[in-house]
Design a protein around this ligand. Sequence first.
Ligand code: C2O
Ligand code: CU
Length: 559
Amino acid sequence: MSTEKILSRRALLGGLAIGALAAPFSARATQAMGPMKRLPPRWASPGFSPDVEIELVAAPASAQILAGATTNNVWRYAARLVKGPEGTLTRLNDSYLAELMRLRTGQKLRVTLRNALPEPNIAHWHGLHAPAEADGHPAYAIDPGESYVYEFEIRNRAGFYFFHPHTHEATATQVYRGLAGGIIVNDAEEDALGLPSGEYELPIVLQDRSFTDDNQLRYDVGMHERMIGFQGERILVNGKADYAQDVASRAYRLRILNASNARIYKLAWDDGSPITVLGVDGGLLEAPETKPYVMLAPGERLDVWADFSGRKAGSTVVLRSAAFAGAAPKMAERMQRMMGGGAGLPAGGDFPLFTLRVTRETTDSPALPKRLSKPHLPRLEEAANKNAPRPIAISEAPMAMLINGRPYAFDDWLPIEKIPLNTTQLFEIFHQHGGSHMGMGMSMGGGMGGMGMGGGMGMGMGMGMGMGMGGMMSMAHPIHLHGQQFAILSREPEMVDEEAYATVKDGFVMSGLKDTVPVFTGERLRIVKPFDDYAGSFMYHCHNLEHEDMGMMREFLVG
Ligand code: C2O
Ligand code: CU
């Protein structure tokens, strides 16, 4: 177990980077953000009486991930139930992931986080509507040996949420090490539907990782990988490689979470059948929807009805990630092709995720409900600024991943980032360089020779001729807003490359409540989001964690 403060090596493009010679963890070179303010830890308040109380210890651990040697450089959130209903915590697959938490709407939750890591840490409850001091702001990071007490009421409806670190400039490495866990919230509306539950409800946590020859986690991220975001060559499901699960010939409910640092998946059944979607980030849709495939970016969740009725024992079904364009800048995609793709799994590649093996035939399958729920979707008419959307402008340039023209800085709110409490707001999310003006293009002129310059890529201004609109640097970014869930009003392919866009455009679920949404190159999205109940500073950022750590993050001041 080493505590790595090794400076970054410069990775070459794609899979060329540095195999066994590399130190397992080399990242964290100079980054764009300044130092983080540190606020004092929070203690339990005597007036709060929790229904559920959990002790959560962040500590080094080891785990069986691959066949053979155990992986000894993982970090894990170990949860222990101090108070609350039996079944609140279940261990997922004996993996490095935290215990899965099962909570109910209306419960009061107290979590005491204890940091037994060699560096600061703080956990964020992704998708949960929590007060600012329970939201895992990096300013609340606690040092080794310290504790932090979260206390809040579960106000979210039934859905699949999760928690992970939000430590300043270390979210990517800490999540990568294994710090993450799922949270399933249930409520009465969902109970009444009788959806598949117990052994018929399968949590599926998707992550990708890279390993050394002796099965240790490797995170070797130079300039190029930070720009695209980490892409590992092994797909893990619930913390295991080559994941397979036995099922009966009946309907299942798959609760899928993309907890990868940066990889976007294009979920598709390998037999070509459509995906039946029950819900998204913030719970059930009004009615099931079918899609030929579904794009699932880091931070997003998908609730899937998977019916194996009529299948014979011995048959198998595979969920794949199908090929698509736009997960990496066009320039990188071209270079990857030129260089034969390198080792591993390129962003947007085609590969299996996991296998479901039908081992038991049965006829007791429930029917798919026609109606699922009545989500309270925020509406445009409720927005205080319905004629003047607030921008979330994505801009990307080497070493400058920005939102609204600025990198993250503590308490650095722009006027458009100050939001009156208990209002609903309209936002437009778009690529700043997605317009017809060239912005900053990448030079192809340097070719291979240019790749080593300046830490990975040759950079040129305005060299974008013939590269299509949107610039060669533009790529998809999963944008996540803390606090309450939002509704997507529109997704406009404003300046897209039609050929690339055709590989993703049928995979977006537009209905339902969201907290994270991928914005592909040239797209313009409009979303409506309420800011109720809690004043304070709430982050919004790219959930490509390498981008987040490079400063592609900002804050709203609500109050
Ligand atoms: Cu899941 Cu601010 O993150
Ligand atoms: Cu991003």
